[in-house]
Design a protein around this ligand. Sequence first.
Ligand code: ZN
Ligand code: ZN
Length: 254
Amino acid sequence: MYNLESSLQSIYRKMIELIYPPQPRCVFCGDNFQPYYGLAFCQRCLARIPLLTKPVCCSCSRPLRGKETDPCSQCRTERRYYEQGMAVAVYDGFMRELLHVAKYNFRPDLARGIGTLLAAWAEHEKRLEDIQVIVPVPLHPQKILARGYNQSELMAESLAAVLRRPLLSEVLSWVKPVRSQSKLRRKERKENVKGAFGVIDCLAVAGKKVLLVDDICTTGYTLSEAARALLLAGATGVKAITAAIGVIEDNWKI
Ligand SMILES: [Zn+2]
Ligand SMILES: [Zn+2]
């Protein structure tokens, strides 16, 4: 039955919202906040994120106790297929918590929120000026089924919008059965991802500079294998950006 009173109330509410738009809420703690550089987090949550500070490895951006121009212990001994690794925060403390919640608590909104950190960081980054297309690191199809979304793809959305480059989510794919990287030792991780990726649409990346996007860089093996597949498909170069990067203990002994 038509209810005039509730219809009038609804119109009144909409008019109030037009005059006083509802304040956005922080994607993590839910508090009202004043939007800041398009970021989805309030100032209090932002202050808890362990942002990456110099010195970092010149090649992969890992925190370093040397000089900014030094490569880290891993970059000195192992070959990488991506030419430059970049990251916004250290994989530790609150950032570790954010990424865990975004991945395992069915929070696609939080994954998108973390993407706003990547976008704000990348907006004026000179090393990204030559990038032509953006490719998120894909999830294994079984994981997509279980999780319902690829957090790296959602994180790449704001980044692609800010950089005004196409986001190619269907180009790269897992082509071999693998175990979860997080439960493996370092050497096993390398074997586990070897040949793991294939490019479905070579034309989309051939002759282009590609930016790979992932949530976390721990050993860097996953990024490197994904980069190798893109280079094999004809990409002219691959750079990588992650929301967070892990510290390697060896780097602190330099
Ligand atoms: Zn907050
Ligand atoms: Zn390095």
